[in-house]
Design a binder for this molecule. Structure first.
Ligand code: ZN
Length: 349
């Protein structure tokens, strides 16, 4: 069974339903047929008190949202926003209709948040994302590089590509902050907005968002919500749980929310934006620092001479010699070590 990262074509035959192979390669069909082979594939858009809003018939004229619950047979297995799931039952999407999620497909990526003051458990925030957009204001509030570094570590650990989104460039120039991230090669967008974004800003953003799933994180006051609203003007209609979205309802939730970017351009290209209310940074306790080095392919070969379980920030680390021999830029090693150190530091500034 191929991964169900699939979109049905609009013109399929009922008996010729094929699953399009995943972008990242399909798996050999060795497994036995799963139960519920008649299940529909859905994308989990958001979660609210045990109810999962899922998109079914994605990419077809019949595309619609449904509400589902976890089937008992899933047991304690978690279902998270961004999951590809198999769904059975009432898929009409009618008021009061409740379908059942019977299977969670393999995840391509997993973005985690660890314990913080409000929540003692490590949780998956989003599955199957491609990119992490770290929204930071250049002023009001002041940028906090340590927070950005923590987000970068979380992105590298999860296998997501980071994107730095700098807002309020009308209040302060971006150069000194960008200097910190130049050696890391982190792509960035500088926007003038914060309270409002003009077309120029939005076009600059869309170039990075097309054809992928981007998770947005950022502290309050940096303009993240305004930016997401500007990118997805009909977000309030996109998902029924408006209270959840705004946090002004009778309850608030920290569930992420997946929104589709309006198609644009001649090809009608689109992408997915995942907003993360209440997620401002990442605990890094769960992170295996050994994985971070994979994001530094120029430095990784230099670790062959390292002592076992080298932290890459100790006297015997072979990376110093590797850089001295001219194999890599010293600024890259400095940046790697700065990121590796973030786990030991408080979030503060
Ligand atoms: Zn080392």
């Amino acid at each position: 069974m191929a991964k169900a990262r699939s979109t049905r074509r609009t013109d399929f035959d009922e008996d010729d339903v094929r699953v399009r192979p995943s972008r990242r390669g399909s798996r050999p069909r060795t497994r036995t047929r799963p139960k519920h082979e008649d299940a529909e594939t859905g994308r989990v858009l958001t979660i609210d008190r045990g109810r999962y809003t899922c998109l079914v018939d994605e990419g077809t004229r019949r595309e619609h949202e449904i509400t589902a619950m976890k089937a008992r047979e899933l047991g304690r297995k978690g279902v998270v926003v961004g999951d590809r799931v198999a769904i059975v039952g009432d898929l009409s999407g009618d008021k009061g209709a409740l379908a059942r999620i019977v299977r969670v497909e393999d995840r391509d990526s997993v973005l985690r948040r660890t314990a913080d003051d409000d929540d003692p458990y490590e949780r998956i925030i989003v599955a199957n994302a491609d990119q992490l957009a770290i929204v930071t204001a250049l002023a009001d509030p002041e940028p906090r590089p340590r927070l950005i570094d923590r987000c970068l570590v979380a992105a590298y650990d999860a296998g997501l590509e980071p994107l730095l989104v700098l807002t309020k460039a009308d209040l302060a120039p971006p150069e000194s902050l960008l200097e910190l991230y130049g050696p890391l090669g982190v792509p960035y967008v500088v926007t003038r907005g914060g309270d409002a974004y003009d077309d120029w800003d939005l076009d600059a953003m869309r170039a990075y968002l097309d054809d992928r799933t981007t998770v947005f994180v950022g502290h309050s006051g940096v303009g993240k919500t305004t930016l997401v609203n500007a990118l997805v003007p009909d977000r309030k209609r996109a998902v029924g749980h408006v209270n959840v979205v705004t946090g002004r309802g009778r309850h608030t939730t920290t569930s992420a929310l997946t929104l589709r970017l309006p198609p644009h351009g001649e090809d009608g290209v689109s992408g997915w934006v995942v907003d993360t209310p209440g997620v401002r940074s990442f605990g890094l306790n769960h992170i295996d620092l050994g994985r971070i080095i994979h994001a530094f392919p120029d430095l990784e070969p230099g670790t062959e001479g390292c002592p076992r379980a080298c932290s890459h920030d100790e006297p015997d680390c072979a990376l110093d010699a590797w850089v001295e021999e001219g194999h890599a830029d010293p600024a890259r090693l400095y940046s790697l070590r700065r990121l590796l150190a973030t786990r030991e530091q408080a979030e503060g500034d």
